[in-house]
Design a protein around this ligand. Structure first.
Ligand code: GLU
Length: 352
């Protein structure tokens, strides 16, 4: 009996070194942001320089991630995310696309500045065809600060990217233990660690390296998307810009964008995507010259109703549904790679 137990213990012992082969492979694509930032002292939680720490140092600072998956890193960019242009966005998307196509990669984490993290996440959900988990993560405090939130966020992001039950659920934003859907998450506060919210709620929670799911997204994404990064050439998207609504608007704001060559304008209107009566003629003039007019709202919750505040059918305008202006900009740009038809663009806004 003793002999059998010893033999069993020996075989388990011999198998242990191979246990790591059972772990999933996760690649961390580093792009900069606060999660890679550095402050002058540990009490500088808000005053620091973003995008300083290289990917290897980020990974080495959280050795526990290697218990969750075989984790490797690539440095795609080192940038503060407010400075991301379509060129960097396409670079990130192409890198992620290349990684998810590799049979030896099970999931991808992107470390990113929080300012435009929601945009990159949404774009990836529209153009990368995969069912492998893609997780975009940031932090609100730099690694040099007391109670830095980056290490735990990174740990949770790796756990999510390695989770078999995350497959096919889309692109996620992981912040502060919450798993959000890329399409409806947004940064809502610029100083606290619980900086991200979705008006429709989180998809789930990530606690101690384990996923807890509560809902799925109803909209098209990833494998069911009609957009594909493989079809996008060059390093720019069709030019789309946003005009922010207020009282006392000037038509010149829109006309300046026309001069700059925009193909669509996202009107971040007041309330239900409202447009001032004295601005309507300018928008109709631009629409007749081929510029798409897309009504979003400066109000962070709810959704813009078609033909409610404005007769969209009559004017040939589009409503952005529940997409905030910055996400509407990306969907509009992708839509314009396929069509110039406002009705077709409206269909896309209903579906994504
Ligand atoms: N503004 C910087 C960025 O977006 C830092 C913000 C952050 O990561 O929290 O990269």
């Amino acid at each position: 009996m003793k002999k059998t137990v010893t033999a069993l213990a020996l075989s388990i012992g011999m198998l242990l070194p191979f246990a790591s082969y059972a772990k999933n492979n996760v690649v961390v694509v580093a792009t900069g942001g606060t999660i890679a930032g550095a402050g002058a002292s540990s009490t500088n939680s808000a005053t620091y320089t973003a995008a300083k720490v290289p990917v290897d140092a980020l990974l080495n600072a959280v050795p526990q991630i290697q218990n969750l998956a075989n984790v490797t890193g690539v440095q795609a960019l080192q940038i503060a995310s407010e400075s991301i242009t379509d060129k960097e966005l396409l670079t990130i998307a192409r890198k992620v696309n290349e990684l998810v196509k590799r049979p030896d990669v099970n999931g991808v984490v992107i470390t990113h500045g929080t300012d435009t993290l929601e945009e990159t996440a949404f774009f990836l959900s529209l153009v990368v065809h995969t069912d492998k988990p893609i997780v975009v993560v940031g932090s609100m405090r730099p690694p040099s600060a007391l109670s830095a939130d980056g290490p735990l966020n990174l740990y949770s992001a790796v756990a999510l990217a390695a989770a078999d039950d995350a497959k096919g659920k889309g692109v996620f934003v992981l912040m502060n233990d919450d798993i959000f859907a890329a399409r409806d998450v947004t940064k809502t506060i610029n100083i606290h660690t619980d900086a991200f919210q979705s008006q429709w709620g989180a998809l789930g929670s990530l606690v101690e390296g384990k996923t807890y799911w509560f809902r799925n997204i109803a909209k098209r994404h990833n494998n069911s998307s009609e957009f594909n990064i493989d079809d996008i050439k060059g390093d720019a998207l069709p030019l789309v810009q946003i005009v922010y609504g207020s009282t006392n608007m000037l038509p010149e704001s829109y006309l300046a964008l026309q001069k700059a060559g925009v193909k669509a304008i996202i009107n971040a209107g007041t309330g239900n995507g409202s447009v001032a009566n004295y601005i309507v003629p300018t928008l109709n003039q631009l629409q007749q010259q081929g510029i798409q007019i897309i009504r979003s709202s400066r109000v962070p919750q709810g959704f813009v109703l078609r033909n409610a505040e404005q007769p969209d059918d009559k004017y040939g305008w589009v409503v952005a549904h529940d997409l905030n202006p910055q996400k509407a900009r990306l969907l509009a740009a992708l839509a314009l790679t396929k069509t110039k038809d406002a009705k077709e663009i409206q269909r896309m806004f209903w579906e994504y």
